[in-house]
Design a protein around this ligand. Structure first.
Ligand code: SF4
Ligand code: SF4
Length: 212
């Protein structure tokens, strides 16, 4: 049932009811929102992890990832042969086309792409929404710790340490050599007989000596 002014009264009642409730909105930009770690704000690229495999670019439904790379031969210290590596020349994401589906992050086999909750990158010119590899790499600073992969355990480290220890040359402990040539050939309890005179003859115990 309605009567004249009932709409106004309903409106005033709603205002009075909500005026005492705690506000759920934030005074942005004065108050920054406390977003969850997994918020899909922007995509961050770890250049060191990217192998230019192109998987993300192939799987992107919007075709908004542009990758270019070249091969280089590197000789690593201790390696028997040089090996070829892909060097990333270009990695761009056009955020004016991106639909934030997250497929590129899910398919990357090398943990090179991450979500960052950072969202303040609006631009006046749409062309500036094309982020290059350096720009995408800068977002790595804003990726929450929880989104980063746990450091990989080096399972081969104990084996390598054991092998190294086994190959280590054993230090020989040598007996100090006798410097006195006479003492060199002397056995314990061995009697040494000194020459008695210049002729080199030795004294033999006489019967007289025994009696005395
Ligand atoms: S989030 Fe989706 S649309 Fe955006 S770059 Fe990744 S795969 Fe493409
Ligand atoms: S970001 Fe990942 S999937 Fe994309 S090219 Fe680099 S390593 Fe491959």
């Amino acid at each position: 049932m309605s009567f004249p002014g009932s709409g106004l009264l309903k409106g005033l009642a709603t205002t009075a009811k909500t005026a005492t409730r705690r506000a759920v909105t934030e005074q942005y930009p004065e108050n920054k929102p406390d977003l969850p770690d997994r918020t899909r704000g922007v995509i961050a690229l770890s250049i060191d992890n990217c192998t230019s495999c192109m998987l993300c670019a192939r799987e992107c439904p919007d075709w908004c990832i542009y990758i270019d790379s070249h091969k280089e031969t590197v000789q690593e210290e201790g390696a028997a042969r040089p090996r070829q590596v892909n060097v990333l020349d270009q990695f761009d994401i056009d955020f004016s086309l991106c639909m934030y589906c997250g497929i590129c992050i899910d398919v990357c086999p090398f943990d090179a792409l991450f979500w960052s909750p950072e969202f303040e990158y609006a631009e006046g010119d749409i062309r500036n929404l094309l982020h290059n590899k350096e720009g995408l790499n800068k977002w790595m600073d804003t990726v929450p710790e929880a989104n980063l992969p746990a450091p990989k355990e080096d399972k081969a480290a104990p084996k390598r340490a054991a092998k190294k220890a086994a190959n280590k040359p054993v230090a020989k402990t040598l007996e100090p050599e006798a410097t006195d040539p006479a003492a060199k050939n002397t056995r314990p309890n061995q009697k040494t007989t000194e020459p008695s005179d210049a002729s080199g003859q030795t004294d033999t115990p006489s019967a007289e000596d025994d009696q005395s």
